[in-house]
Design a protein around this ligand. Structure first.
Ligand SMILES: Nc1ncnc2c1ncn2[C@@H]1O[C@H](COP(=O)(O)OP(=O)(O)OP(=O)(O)O)[C@@H](O)[C@H]1O
Length: 352
C-alpha cells in the first residue's frame, strides 16, 4: 500500500462533509458538578463547573469557546471526550447517541483533543514517529502502515519526517511539539478536534503559523473544530461561531462577526471591552468587567452575572434568563433580550 493510500483511507475527504450545516455534535443539558470539601459532618458541596449547557457543532465549522478562567471551558471539552463522565446530559454524535448507539471507544477515535501543554501531552520516551503511530497501532493498524501514516502526517503538519521522525519531544521547540500533537490527533481519522488553549503557550509568530496550519488541515481533511481560548483576537480569527460561557453556563452564542458587532449579553460586552485594541470605535464600549467571578460552589441566584452587571434589576436575581434568539443564529441569556421579562430595558434596548 502506498503512503497516499494509507492516508486517504485513514482520513475522511473534505467532500464527505455532506450538508454543511448538519450538526456533527449536539449537546443537551451537559452537567458536571465536582464534590469539594468532604469532612465527615460537613454539608456536601459541589463546584458547578458545567451546569446544563446545550449547543450544536455543525459539520465543518469552528466553534470558539470563550469566558473567564474557571467558567468551565476545559471541563466542557473533557466531558465531550468522555475523559470524565458527565453527571447528566445527552450527546448525539453524527446522529448516534453517545454511550448507546456509539460506544465511547469509537467516540474517542472520531473525536480527538489537543491540549495547551505540548510537552506533557507526549511520552518523553517515544520518538516523534512512534508517538504519532501509537494511536493507530492501538486501534489495530499494522506497525509498518502506522509508521508510514505517521511520517505522512508529520509532513502534513510541516515537519520533515527525515529530520524529525527519530527525534524525542525534548529535542523539539514548543511549536514543533504542538505540530506533533496535531499529527497525533489526526492519526486516528477524527472528524472533530477539540483544541483546548492549543496555541496559547506559543510565541505570537509561531501561534500564527499553527493557526494557519489548523485552517489548512481543516480544509484538506474536512475537520470540525471546537477551539477554546482566552485570546479573543485568536478566537475571532479562527471561529465561525462563538460560544460565551459564564460560571458553567452558556450566556451567548452566535456567528463570530455578528457577535463581535452586536454582542447582546452585558458579560460578552464587558469581555470584549477588556480586549486591548487599536480600534477607536471599540474603546467607546462600556468599562471592562469589574471584580472576580463569584464562587462556583455557591453561584448567585437568577442570572449568575447579576452581581457584576451594571444593568441588573430585581428580575435578574429572581429568575434565570433563558437563552433566547436575538438574531440569525444568535442567542443570548439576558432578561434585557426577553420581551416582557420585567426588566425596564427589555426588548432589545441593548441592540447596537
Ligand atoms: N477535578 C476538579 N475538582 C474540583 N473542581 C474542579 C475540577 N476541575 C475543574 N474544577 C473547577 O471547575 C471550574 C471550571 O474549571 P475549568 O478548568 O473547566 O475552567 P476553564 O474555563 O477551563 O478555566 P481556565 O481558563 O483557567 O482553564 C473551576 O471552578 C475549577 O476550579
Amino acid at each position: 500500500m502506498s503512503e497516499t493510500t494509507i492516508l486517504a483511507s485513514a482520513l475522511p475527504p473534505a467532500e464527505d462533509l455532506g450538508g454543511a450545516r448538519q450538526p456533527l455534535l449536539s449537546v443537551k443539558g451537559l452537567t458536571k458538578h465536582f464534590p469539594v470539601g468532604g469532612a465527615l459532618f460537613e454539608k456536601k458541596r459541589v463546584v458547578r463547573a458545567v451546569d446544563g449547557i446545550s449547543f450544536d457543532i455543525a459539520k465543518g465549522e469552528t466553534v470558539g469557546v470563550v469566558g473567564e478562567s474557571g467558567c468551565g471551558k476545559s471541563t466542557t471539552a473533557r466531558l465531550l471526550m468522555h475523559l470524565m463522565p458527565p453527571d447528566s446530559g445527552e450527546m448525539i454524535y453524527d446522529g448516534q447517541k453517545v454511550g448507546r448507539d456509539l460506544p465511547l471507544r469509537e467516540l474517542r477515535r472520531r473525536m480527538q483533543m489537543v491540549f495547551q501543554d505540548s510537552y506533557a501531552s507526549l511520552n518523553p520516551r517515544l520518538t516523534i514517529e512512534d508517538s504519532v503511530a501509537f494511536g493507530p497501532k492501538v486501534h489495530g493498524v499494522r506497525d509498518a502502515d502506522a509508521r508510514r501514516l505517521s511520517r505522512e502526517l508529520l509532513a502534513k503538519v510541516g515537519l520533515n519526517p527525515q529530520t524529525f521522525a527519530n527525534r524525542y519531544p525534548h529535542e523539539l521547540s514548543g511549536g514543533q511539539r504542538q505540530r506533533v500533537n496535531i499529527a497525533r490527533a489526526l492519526a486516528l481519522s477524527p472528524r472533530l478536534v477539540l483544541l483546548d488553549e492549543a496555541v496559547s503557550a506559543l510565541d505570537k509568530s509561531v501561534e500564527a503559523q499553527v493557526l494557519n496550519l489548523l485552517n489548512d488541515l481543516k480544509a484538506e481533511f474536512g475537520l470540525t473544530y471546537l477551539f477554546i481560548s482566552h485570546d479573543l483576537n485568536v478566537v475571532r480569527y479562527i471561529s465561525d461561531r462563538v460560544l460565551v460561557m459564564y460560571l458553567g453556563e452558556v450566556v451567548e452564542i452566535g456567528p463570530v462577526e455578528e457577535l463581535w458587532n452586536n454582542p447582546r449579553h452585558p458579560y460578552t460586552r464587558a469581555l470584549f471591552a477588556a480586549m486591548p485594541t487599536l480600534d477607536p470605535d471599540r474603546r467607546t464600549m462600556e468599562a471592562p468587567i469589574a471584580g472576580d467571578p463569584p464562587n462556583p460552589i455557591d453561584p448567585p441566584p437568577g442570572c449568575r452575572f447579576h452581581t457584576r452587571c451594571p444593568f441588573a434589576e430585581d428580575v435578574c436575581s429572581a429568575r434565570s434568563p433563558a437563552l433566547v434568539t436575538v438574531g440569525a443564529g444568535h442567542g443570548a441569556a439576558c432578561h434585557m433580550a426577553i420581551p416582557g421579562s420585567g426588566h425596564s430595558r427589555a426588548q432589545g434596548a441593548l441592540a447596537a
